[in-house]
Design a protein around this ligand. Structure first.
Ligand SMILES: CC(C)(COP(=O)(O)OP(=O)(O)OC[C@H]1O[C@@H](n2cnc3c(N)ncnc32)[C@H](O)[C@@H]1OP(=O)(O)O)[C@@H](O)C(=O)NCCC(=O)NCCS
Length: 322
């Protein structure tokens, strides 16, 4: 039995920050941001929105779409690197809010590859026979961990949530591959901790997200095409067999380079970073829900999902739509 996606949902905060708005906060401009990244605007949480509140809203929509009651859920996995609390997990928070009384729940942190890791984890549970369905949520409040004085970072990252309900079925996920390179962990890092242990010298109170942009860019355009080709090969497919490639939405130029390397038209690479920015673990399920709402996926389509980001981590999956 393999993981089949049977419902999707998403949530974006109401606040929209355009590039012009950001140029009133830091020394930047719409031309620089648009041309280097493809991002025109992004959604940012208000003081009353949290990772858990967004995850809950996206999850409710995915469950409605799947015609599934929360109490029938076996498992909840939340992919996030910006949980509201270190413990308990965001997954436990939304399990309680949903009333998903039977479900085991945990968070998983693989940064922008998190949704692929969550899908692969659910699929493994299905193959083992332990569970028959799962709610997967990708959610981030990256606005909480970026330095709003650092123009090289604050223009890129944003907030939102995407969710999918998956169940064990005869068709669905065909192949999946995951990878990581911890030797490059400093390329994208958030040391967001205080340490008041009396044996440890006082640390500075807050370290925001640091990123070596060009290094992450090179990693993505080199690693993701290889990962996709391996996954397709494992499924006995080639890039030409794929109807849609839904990639992590970090930068339009990264996705254009990946499409070019796979020799596939950008028409098959829908993007939403123009109005969502980079929402890390949320970006793939957010995009999946958006293209579904636009009617861009039909039964029997072959879809590739691929993520890449901090860790460094990457992952890709190929599936047949129900
Ligand atoms: C971040 C990124 C857009 C930067 O683009 P780049 O072409 O590599 O730009 P550089 O970092 O070389 O900076 C070029 C110049 O723009 C400036 N700059 C940086 N941010 C700017 C901003 N928001 N507005 C205006 N200028 C900016 C830099 O200070 C630098 O100026 P200098 O040449 O005078 O020193 C690009 O490296 C990237 O997209 N990397 C991948 C990041 C990513 O996707 N991360 C998430 C992965 S999950």
């Amino acid at each position: 039995m393999r993981a089949q996606i049977i419902g999707t949902g998403s949530y974006l905060p109401e606040n929209i920050a355009t590039n012009d708005f950001l140029s009133t906060i830091v020394d930047t401009n719409d031309e620089w941001i648009s041309s280097r990244t493809g991002i025109h605007s992004r959604h940012l949480v208000s003081e009353h929105e949290t990772s858990a509140s967004m995850a809950y809203e996206a999850a409710k929509k995915a469950l409605d779409d799947a015609h599934m009651k929360p109490e029938d859920l076996d498992l909840i996995i939340v992919a996030t690197c910006t949980a509201d609390t270190l413990v308990p997990s965001t997954a436990c928070d939304i399990q309680g809010r949903l009333g998903a009384d039977r479900a085991a729940a945990f968070d998983l942190n693989a940064a922008c590859s998190g949704f692929i890791y969550a899908l692969s984890t659910a699929d493994s549970f299905f193959q083992s026979g332990m569970y028959k369905n799962a709610l997967l949520v990708g959610v981030e409040t990256l606005s909480r961990i970026v330095d709003w004085n650092d123009r090289s970072v604050c223009v890129l990252f944003a907030d939102g949530a995407g969710a999918a309900v998956v169940e064990a079925a005869d068709t669905g996920l065909m192949a999946c591959s995951l990878g990581s390179d911890g030797n490059k962990s400093n390329a994208l890092i958030v040391k967001n901790r205080e340490n008041h242990n009396p044996f440890v010298p006082e640390e500075k109170p807050m370290d925001f997200l640091y990123m070596n942009g060009p290094e992450v860019f090179k990693f993505a355009v080199k690693t993701v095409p290889k990962s996709i080709l391996k996954t397709l090969d494992d499924a006995g497919l080639t890039p030409e067999d794929v109807d849609l490639f839904l990639l992590h939405q970090a930068n339009l130029r990264i996705n254009q380079s990946i499409a070019h390397k796979l020799k596939i038209s950008m028409d098959k690479f829908p993007c939403n970073m123009d109005h969502c920015g980079n929402t890390s673990g949320a970006s793939i399920p957010l995009l999946l829900d958006e293209v579904r709402q636009k009617g861009m996926i039909k039964s029997g389509d072959t879809i590739v999902l691929a993520g890449f980001g901090a860790g460094l981590t990457w992952g890709s999956a190929v599936l047949t739509w129900k």
